[in-house]
Design a protein around this ligand. Structure first.
Ligand SMILES: *Cc1c(COP(=O)(O)O)cnc(C)c1O
Length: 432
């Protein structure tokens, strides 16, 4: 009876019997993968609860504060929760940190001084950091303040170029930035274990260098976070994984006391540091989002694995592939055809709880050298822990797709995309 009802409601939402059955077959083959993702969510859920209990989170922590925000119990306790959970000495978790780029810029600018050198041993960092560092000349960049930058690219096989890294580390090297997620590049995402190997190598050459990890999209995907394998500082956005879809803004820095302190004095002011910064009305959403984050991330991961397997079966190149282990929540699908990319993104949009009736259009987004199409029907604007997709309209016509506050929504979005592709004769659902 339930099966029949399910088919009926999918059909009411535009999913044909054929597409539904195709998805069901793929899903049935993913039982073991999904069980492993659920076990990871259970582990990380308990880590979050333990951190909240250890730090005596109470109802008073949810009170609104305004003005200077002195003695903001909710803010101070939340920072302890993040520090406990992610295994740092201290944390800065603030609505005044506006996004991931801001958190990363803050961590870098507060821990580097004129004459210091920054090193990326994992190739070019995320696009927005190019202007922070000054790779692309920009007002207020680190380069303007006399901080130099060196980069060592990954080897062709995705491995670390240890020889070159060793040669590039000098007396000036103060901070090493390691991006965990591939972001929108084609290199592999780094596992926490791999990050640990890289940090061990670097610290052997120069023990006092600060190792920072851009942790965006990686939180709660694995059983450990980078601070547990030697990183000094991890940095991320609250409208991605750790905000659990509820945080409406914010960023975090967790790690060594001194690194966090430097960041706090830069965020507010020398002399003030962590003591000011009212949490206004958002603090409960930070707690509750962090509490939900492990299961939200699990839903997003299931969606990514499901999409990889569906589109791999249909002959698309998918990164990571359908069976690889996962270290972040991003899934790339290369369609080799602009119409297919557009149909995919329209499907994601049409499945959204918000703005499902609008049609995304490719547009000339600042900073990109081709038109970009974006799909998102999110509760929090720009949130990419919610189901979202985007892709530049140029070969290989790849959609980068991530998020989904629940697995069921992610699944529906992928089926809707598949339906769109099928209705426009852009894919053939073969015999399984
Ligand atoms: C999203 C992201 C950023 C930047 O975060 P914004 O919130 O978009 O500014 C930086 N690095 C990586 C790897 C990211 O995924």
């Amino acid at each position: 009876m339930m099966q029949q009802q399910m088919r009926t409601i999918y059909s009411q939402l535009g999913i044909t019997e054929e597409v539904y059955a195709f998805g069901a077959k793929i899903e049935a083959d993913l039982k073991e993968r999904f069980a492993a993702i659920d076990a990871m969510a259970e582990w990380n859920q308990l880590k979050v609860i333990r951190a909240m209990q250890e730090n005596r989170v109470s109802a008073e922590c949810f009170n609104h504060t305004s003005g200077y925000g002195y003695n903001d119990l909710g803010r101070d306790t939340l920072e302890k929760v993040y520090a406990s959970c992610f295994r740092g000495e201290d944390a800065l978790v603030r609505p005044q940190i506006t996004c991931g780029t801001h958190a990363l810029a803050l961590a870098l600018m507060s821990n580097l001084r004129p004459g210091d050198e920054l090193l990326s041993p994992v190739g070019k960092p995320y696009d927005t950091l190019e202007e922070v560092i000054g790779i692309r000349p920009s007002k207020g960049s680190l380069a303007e303040y006399g901080v130099t930058y060196r980069q060592v690219d990954l080897l062709a096989d995705g491995g670390f170029d240890y020889d070159k890294i060793k040669k590039t580390i000098s007396a000036k090297t103060k901070l090493v930035t390691i991006q965990r997620s591939k972001g929108y590049a084609t290199r592999p995402t780094l596992s926490v274990a791999k990050i640990g190997e890289l940090i061990a190598f670097i610290k052997k050459i120069k023990p006092d260098v600060i190792c920072m990890v851009d942790n965006c999209y990686g939180e709660f995907v694995e059983e450990r976070e980078p601070l547990e394998v030697g990183a000094d500082m991890i940095v991320g956005s609250l409208i991605k994984n750790p905000g659990g879809g509820l945080a409406p803004i914010g960023g975090y820095i967790v790690g060594k006391k001194e690194c966090v302190e430097n960041a706090a004095y830069r965020l507010t002011s020398p002399g003030l540091g962590k003591e000011v910064g009212a949490s206004l009305g958002v603090i409960q959403s930070f707690y509750q989002g962090f509490f939900l984050a492990p299961t939200v991330v699990a839903g997003a991961l299931k969606g990514a694995v499901f999409a990889a397997n569906i589109f791999e079966r249909l002959g698309c190149e998918v990164v990571p592939n359908g069976s690889e282990s996962r270290h972040d929540i991003i899934q790339a699908v290369a369609f080799q055809n602009p119409d297919a990319l557009i149909a995919f993104c329209e499907g994601i949009q049409a499945a959204a709880p918000v703005d499902s009736y609008v049609t995304p259009e490719p547009w000339a987004m600042p900073g990109y050298d081709s038109d970009v199409i974006m799909a998102a029907g999110a509760f929090v604007q720009g949130s990419s822990i919610e189901l979202s997709a985007d892709g530049p309209l140029k070969p290989p016509y790849a959609a980068y797709f991530q998020g989904g506050l629940t697995w069921y929504h992610a699944k529906f979005g992928i089926l809707k995309s598949l339906q769109n592709l099928k209705d426009r004769n852009l894919v053939k659902i073969g015999v399984l």
